[in-house]
Design a protein around this ligand. Structure first.
Ligand SMILES: [Zn+2]
Length: 206
């Protein structure tokens, strides 16, 4: 197979990228000089070894310290342990951080639960979530869990699943579970919401 087609096929596997866009990426790369392409290839080559996953919130993070297991948010003393925001993906967390409206902690599910999914526990980090919430509940520090999921059918389904999954812990430990309020309109993905919208949705959570 020729390299143009091969690379097109790889790019077409990226989320949200179709074959036509994938091919445009390849032709774009062909217009750049060799150094630029080498730099991209090098970065891709080191991505997995230099980026780790946080053992508390499960977001990807980069650290100079090879032994670091917690990201900067989880290891910060200035973050409120009483509040835990649950998001689907890293991009959602980053978007909320950019809005500067949440001073607590996070948990990244690593995906969503599609409607009618027979094995929802396999689509997100169910066991890890249970462990994190259980540990926090035992310490008596967790007061509220905010489900910051997309206002899409899959997002709502995910919220329902997560809520029922955590129910035994949240009921027995008296932890409030809230959802993003109005502001994020139906059909909207958190990733594409601006800072003001996120701020309103968090302030009006219910
Ligand atoms: Zn973390």
């Amino acid at each position: 197979m020729n390299p143009i087609q091969k690379l097109t096929d790889y790019f077409a596997e990226f989320p949200g990228i179709g074959p036509r866009q994938a091919r445009r990426f390849v032709y774009y790369l062909l217009t750049r000089n060799q150094n630029h392409i080498d730099e991209i290839a090098k970065l891709m080559g080191t991505l997995k070894s230099q980026v780790r996953i946080c053992t508390s919130c499960y977001r990807f993070f980069q650290s100079e310290n090879r032994d670091a297991t917690l990201c900067d948010i989880c290891s910060s003393r200035n973050r409120d342990n009483a509040l835990l925001v649950i998001v689907s993906r890293d991009v959602d967390l980053e978007n909320i951080e950019r809005a500067h409206v949440h001073s607590g902690k996070y948990f990244v599910l690593g995906g969503g639960v599609p409607i009618l999914e027979k094995e929802p526990e396999k689509r997100i980090r169910s066991n890890e979530l249970l462990r994190t919430v259980q540990t926090r509940a035992e310490k008596g520090e967790l007061k509220e869990i905010i489900l910051a999921l997309n206002a899409t059918p899959e997002g709502e389904n995910t919220a329902e699943y997560v809520e029922s999954l955590l129910k035994p812990i949240t009921s027995s430990s008296n932890i409030k579970v809230s959802h993003l309020g109005r502001g994020i309109s139906t059909g909207t993905e958190l990733e594409y919401s601006d800072a003001d919208t996120i701020k309103n949705a968090l302030n009006n959570r219910n």
